[in-house]
Design a protein. Structure first.
Length: 218
């Protein structure tokens, strides 16, 4: 059916009259004009375009840093009202989205969709370089391992990172902040992953790597 639709669209495009609109190189500009009709609102800073004015206003705040929506509990600010609503659930504990497979609940619909793919095995997002597939579009940040791009830089020492979360964790080494504390011994860590690894020293739980090496020494 998709093939039939593609053929029909191709025939219709062939029957369209030639457009006189060309750029300086003689290239047809019709496509660009049509895109602008569907995305009439353009950002004056980065030129990104949007279908609705409200979306443009929200996007502009990523440039200005404006965060007009503040949490009434902790005071944290947000650029979009929807983000504030989702954040508020961290205080209320509300998790309205439930997995139909295992019952696990989530605060955001997007998290539920990504989680559901762990059951179905669906990985719709593929790396254009190595073809590695991912359950979430955001995981395509993996592309930076190929490009070497590290857009997040530490304002203290200048070290750069490919992920914002890695920069956040690194910044704590300068501030001395260790927000993740062990419930058993109280030791603090800059990253949750480090806390989880440490906790295993109390529980005796072995990672795959430690189990592998213990087998080698039998």
């Amino acid at each position: 059916m998709k093939r039939i639709v593609s053929i029909v669209l191709a025939l219709l495009l062939m029957r369209r009259p030639h457009s006189p609109d060309t750029d300086a190189n003689g290239d047809d500009m019709t496509c660009h004009t049509d895109n602008n009709k569907h995305l009439p609102f353009a950002c004056s800073v980065c030129a990104k375009r949007f279908t609705q004015k409200g979306h443009l206003i929200a996007h502009t705040r990523t440039h200005t840093g404006e965060k007009p929506f503040a949490c009434s509990v902790c005071g944290k600010g947000f650029s979009r009202k929807g983000d504030l609503r989702i954040h508020s659930r961290t205080h209320t504990g509300e998790k309205p989205f439930a997995c139909s497979f295992c019952g696990t609940r989530f605060r955001q619909k997007g998290d539920l969709i990504a989680h559901t793919r762990t059951h179905t095995g669906e990985k719709p997002f593929a790396c254009s370089v190595c073809s590695t597939r991912f359950t979430q579009k955001g995981h395509l940040i993996h592309m930076r391992t190929h490009t070497g791009e590290k857009p997040f830089s530490c304002t203290v020492c200048g070290k750069s990172f490919s992920k914002k979360t890695n920069l956040t964790a690194h910044t704590r080494t300068h501030a001395g902040e260790k927000p993740f504390a062990c419930l058993v011994c109280g030791k603090g860590f800059t990253q949750k992953g480090h806390l989880m690894a440490h906790t295993r020293t109390h529980t005796g739980e072995k990672t795959f790597i430690s189990t592998f090496f213990s087998i080698l020494h039998i």
